[in-house]
Every structure is written in structure tokens, then in C-alpha cells.
Ligand binder design. Structure first.
Ligand SMILES: Cc1ncc(COP(=O)(O)O)c(C=O)c1O
Length: 325
């Protein structure tokens, strides 16, 4: 496990990487490390995958939703400050679909209000903003290596990155029953160690991550260039190196489009069909937090085929079929 930890820290340019059991645990432990008072508020994008919000709830903290920018699908940094109260403890950003958030303005707000920043990097292995990789910008970067991720293991796996020695030490203790010395427990810890088999596999796959990301970027480039303008495509900006964990488009007739593609043997997915505040599990937790922009995204987004195993010909066929819709 230590070999992979060193390699992934070197890849991310962070001082530390701590291997963990999965991405959700990484998010939970990141918040747990700060011992925030019960009921403290954590700012989180309203259109994230539920795991980000669950990590807040599992720490007895309150998720405060901030709407995304409809063009980047990432938290709208201009809308964060209006949600900050005397109870706000942290901002949890999510580099959704493989595009990083606008970290310099987010960190400026965090600094002004003395807030911790946690990056959910589950979809952004190797993505950069202003040439600095995901996992470097906050107090912690939480990674998932779930098999479908750009850097995926063969089963559940995760990790945390940090540039802070004391925080790295706390995470190492928390993942191991709260123990630094065998059978002596100083924190109320967890069992969240990275499985050795996954670590060995990840060590091998990490050598190919740049190639995987580049391949996905090449396929994304085809979609961006050749898909007709009826489809709202992701934006591209020189400050960002996007790794396209997901390549999504938006369309008013999303469900019809999905069915049409399936009839043509093209399987697509939706990330995600239901906004977090509409989930049954969130009744009583996210009540009265309206999120029209997130809902608009959830109703119109469609994730197109894009993986290391897809060829340029595969994608050109998808484009040809889509352009006839
Ligand atoms: C944005 C985001 N955060 C957190 C997670 C949770 O990671 P894991 O499935 O490894 O627990 C995921 C996984 O799909 C995710 O996409």
C-alpha cells in the first residue's frame, strides 16, 4: 500500500497520499479530522453525487446547497458567500465529470471566512486548474478508485491527498481504528485501509493514467467538434485540463434521445437522474433548499459513451446517429 501511496502523491504533486477503502470514506474522514461541532454547516454543490452529501450527514453536520454554474456544472463560486453563516465550517467542492472547480476564487472566499476546503476528486484524477492538479488546492483531496473511474481499481478503493503533515497523520490514525500504536486507540476511528491487492493493481494502472486521460480527451474532442449545436456541449477553457470521467451533453428531449440511442445500440447514462434534495433519503435533511439549476441539469443531462476501450470510430458512429436526431 505504501508504494502506491508514494506514487500517487508524486503523481498529484502532494506531500501525502493516504490509501483508504473507498471515496465515501475519504470524504467522511476528511470532515471527521477537523472535529467540527455537531450541526456546523458545510457548503456543497446542489448537483453532486449523493456521496458528497452523505459524508456531511454522517458527521452530524448540515449540508448547505449552493447551485452550480450551468456552463461548467461545478459549484458557482459567486454564490458561495451568500450562504456563509456563523456556523459555516467548510466548503466541499466537487470536480464534477472531470472538470476542476474555479479553485482560486473558492479558496479566496474560504480564506476570508476562515473555512476549511475539501476537494471531492472522485471524478478528477489528473485534472488540472491553472496547471495545478486536483487534490492540491484544499486541506484535503478525496479520491475514489471505484472500477469505472479514470483511475479505477478492481474493486472499491480510495485515497486522501494532503500537503499538511498533521492532517495526514490524523487520517492515518482514523483509518486504522484510531490507533497509531497497536491496541492503543486515541481517536474514535474506522477500519478504512486500502486493500493491498487494490493498491498493487492501482500501482500498475497509475502508469497508464495519463494515456487514459489523453484518450478520453481525444474522444471528447470529436464530440466537441462534430456534434451538432442542438446539443449543449461542455465548455472548454485554457485554464482547465479536463479528464472527462463523464462526457455529458444537455438536451430538452433527453429521455427521447436516450431511447433513440438505445434503439441504435448506443447505451448512455444519466449523471444523475434525481437531484440530491429530491432523494427520499434526504427528507428532513435538505428540506427547503430549492435548487432550480441543479434540477434543470438533472432533467436534461445525458452521459455519452467515453472510455479507454472506445475507439474514435465508435465515437464517430455515436455522433453520426446523434446528429440525425
Ligand atoms: C463525486 C463523487 N464523490 C464520491 C464518490 C464516492 O466514491 P466511492 O464510490 O469510492 O465511495 C463518487 C463515486 O462514485 C463520486 O462520483
Amino acid at each position: 500500500m505504501q508504494t502506491f501511496e508514494k506514487e500517487f502523491a508524486a503523481y498529484c504533486n502532494t506531500k501525502h497520499c493516504i490509501g483508504l477503502a473507498n471515496g465515501l470514506d475519504a470524504l467522511i474522514l476528511a470532515l471527521r479530522a477537523f472535529n467540527f461541532p455537531k450541526g456546523a454547516e458545510v457548503i456543497v454543490p446542489s448537483n453532486t453525487y449523493i456521496a458528497t452529501i452523505l459524508s456531511i450527514v454522517h458527521n452530524d453536520l448540515k449540508p448547505i446547497l449552493v447551485e452550480p454554474d450551468i456552463t461548467t456544472y461545478n459549484i458557482d463560486s459567486k454564490k458561495i458567500e451568500e450562504k456563509i453563516t456563523s456556523k459555516t465550517a467548510a466548503i466541499m467542492v466537487v470536480h464534477l465529470y472531470g472538470k476542476m472547480c474555479e479553485m482560486d476564487s473558492i479558496n479566496a472566499v474560504a480564506k476570508k471566512h476562515n473555512l476549511k476546503v475539501i476537494e471531492d476528486c472522485a471524478q478528477a484524477h489528473g485534472a488540472t486548474y491553472k496547471n495545478v492538479k486536483a487534490g492540491n488546492w484544499g486541506n484535503f483531496g478525496a479520491f475514489s478508485f471505484y472500477p469505472t473511474k479514470n483511475l479505477g481499481a478492481i474493486a472499491d478503493a480510495g485515497a486522501m491527498t494532503t500537503n499538511n503533515d498533521a492532517l495526514a497523520d490524523t487520517i492515518k490514525t482514523l483509518r486504522n481504528y484510531g490507533s497509531k500504536i497497536k491496541y492503543y486507540n486515541e481517536l474514535v476511528g474506522y477500519n478504512s485501509r486500502l486493500d493491498e491487492v487494490q493498491a498493487a493493481f492501482l500501482s500498475i494502472k497509475l502508469k497508464h493514467l495519463n494515456k487514459i486521460n489523453e484518450h478520453k480527451r481525444k474522444l471528447a474532442g470529436l464530440y466537441l467538434q462534430y456534434l451538432k449545436s442542438d446539443f449543449v456541449k461542455p465548455i472548454v477553457h485554457a485554464d482547465y485540463y479536463d479528464v472527462y470521467h463523464i462526457f455529458n451533453i444537455r438536451h430538452k428531449k433527453r429521455n427521447e434521445l436516450k431511447d433513440y440511442l438505445l434503439k441504435n445500440d448506443i447505451k448512455t447514462d444519466i449523471h444523475y437522474p434525481l437531484a440530491p434534495n429530491k432523494q427520499k433519503a434526504m427528507i428532513g435533511i435538505l428540506d427547503n433548499q430549492d435548487t432550480p439549476i441543479a434540477e434543470e441539469i438533472h432533467q436534461t443531462t445525458l452521459s455519452l459513451p467515453i472510455s479507454f476501450y472506445h475507439t474514435e470510430q465508435d465515437i464517430l458512429r455515436v455522433i453520426e446517429v446523434m446528429n440525425k436526431f
